[in-house]
Design a protein around this ligand. Structure first.
Ligand code: ADP
Ligand code: MG
Length: 253
């Protein structure tokens, strides 16, 4: 079975700052893969590499068996053109800490935007799907609300629906609940749990250890640009092997 994501010796530097120092990991299809670690350890940078937002300094990254950033011909690699990168990025949904909805568009317009603009879908088709997606995230009755008329948790659920509208094969979540008031976190996690149950492949950067334990299939603890420890969430969270993992967990659990 082809891994949905495979990282082989991934390095990333910004100038002299060496941020990712050789990441190796594999995410299987339909897996919920949780990524935890202290601030500054390189989690967002790693997600950005998967999503073609950063170029690797060394190593290889594959999404669904295809090399990120390059086309392989024989034993030669050619850098992808912007238009080719754009095509690949369609298959990956990303949800950030900040919801980044278009403020001048209603919830349903936000969800319809990419399919219409990027995939040139008809508005009728895009609208029908957007209605279903808003229902799925529990916001069927908020379709005509503008972002400013929604709570942070509702905006984040619209952002998830917007990402799903492109029918991605992989969803990346970068601390999707970190900016939310505590009472709004549960609804967003419930939507993510539903997605997991439907078989979506997800990489989730999170400090929500309850979610990681209950929903996660795999968990990686990253620190200072390396994978320190990985395994089943229950094992890593209840029986961490490394001092750095123990110290981190003692602060967040
Ligand atoms: P995390 O998501 O684990 O908190 P990040 O991946 O955001 O960590 O950042 C890891 C390190 O990389 C930080 O020290 C950050 O300042 C640095 N960094 C991230 N992006 C850039 C950039 N574009 N230019 C320079 N440094 C960056
Ligand atoms: Mg981050």
């Amino acid at each position: 079975m082809t891994a949905m994501v495979k990282a082989e010796g991934v390095h990333k530097s910004f100038g002299a700052a060496h941020i990712l120092k050789g990441i190796d990991l594999e995410v299987a299809p339909r897996e919920v893969f949780c990524l935890i670690g202290p601030s500054g350890s390189g989690k967002s940078t790693f997600l950005r590499c998967i999503n073609h937002l950063e170029q690797l300094s060394a190593g290889r990254l594959y999404v669904d068996g295809e090399l990120v950033g390059y086309r392989q011909k024989g034993d030669k690699l050619y850098e992808l053109k912007d238009s080719e990168v754009a095509l690949k990025r369609r298959d990956i949904g990303m949800v950030f800490q900040r919801f980044n909805l278009f403020p001048h568009m209603t919830a349903i317009e936000n969800v319809m935007e990419a399919p219409v603009q990027v995939k040139h879908e008809s508005k009728a088709v895009a609208r029908a799907r957007a209605e279903k997606l808003l229902d799925r995230v529990g916001l069927g009755d908020k379709a005509k609300n503008y972002p400013s008329q929604l709570s942070g948790g509702q905006q984040q659920r619209v952002a998830i629906a917007r990402a799903l509208a492109m029918e991605p094969k992989l969803m990346l979540f970068d601390e999707p609940t970190s900016a939310l008031d505590p009472e709004l976190v549960g609804d967003v996690l419930d939507v993510m749990r539903g997605l997991a149950e439907d078989g979506m492949t997800m990489i989730v950067v999170t400090h929500e250890m309850g979610f990681a334990r209950e929903v996660g299939d795999a968990l990686v603890f990253m620190d200072d640009g390396v994978v320190v420890e990985s395994g089943h969430p229950r094992d890593v969270l209840t029986n961490p092997q490394h001092d750095r993992t123990k110290s981190f967990l003692s602060k967040v659990l």
